[in-house]
Design a protein around this ligand. Sequence first.
Ligand code: Z5A
Length: 218
Amino acid sequence: MSEPTKSNLNNARFLTVEGVEGVGKTTNITFISAWLEEQGVPYIHTREPGGTPLAEELRSLLLAPRDEQVDATAELLMMFAARAQHIEQVIKPALAKGIWVLCDRFTDATYAYQGGGRNMGFDKIQQLESFVQGDFRPDAVILLDLPVAVGLARAAKRGALDRFEQEAEGFFHRVRDAYLNRAKENPSRYWLVDAEQSLELVQVQISNALQKILADQV
Ligand code: Z5A
């Protein structure tokens, strides 16, 4: 498989953070934001699904627990609808101005949650990815990884569960496997971080990765 085109215009990078439930994305995105600020790197922090008013409305629809069964194809299309809006309104304009984009989840999450978790497979996702994104891809993906049971135990302390968090444990095993397979298939773009360690050690791994990404050794 050929390497996808890098997103960077004016040397700005498109950096995404991924991982299963309870892996510590929010905690570590705060750390990455502080690290970028210290380095004097202009950046925005955004998230998926979401990142624009319309995409945030789609996020609310997607995450709300509901009695009606949500069809997997409907869920997949809503993820990409939100993404199309986000890319055109927020991500590409920032990169074009030389501003880094730090994004909490992106298309890797679709491969992991819809492709793996929902058992939809990857072909339809690849088609939608090409349709919506062309060859636009993140420059670097920081994949926080830990055993599913550890992540679920951490997440359980947070209170009310959204529609995804209510899934059975097997769902999250498929999500994790899909993430790890993607990282294995494309090691030059993925930075695999052992998120089971103490926060301090997790953040040492992340800053090592960030230094290399900043030096453009991706
Ligand atoms: N989704 C999808 O299906 N398809 C898609 O294409 C996309 C998304 C883009 C919303 O995501 C849902 O959308 C998501 C997938 C789906 N569903 N789920 N589940 P989200 O990113 O908003 O939701 P989230 O996964 O719940 O993310 P989060 O809020 O960032 O949670 P987190 O990764 O678990 O992070 P945390 O809150 O920082 O950490 C959890 C706890 O662990 C917290 O108490 C921390 O203090 C603690 N923690 C963190 N690190 C450590 C270490 N190292 N040691 C000990 N304790 C720690």
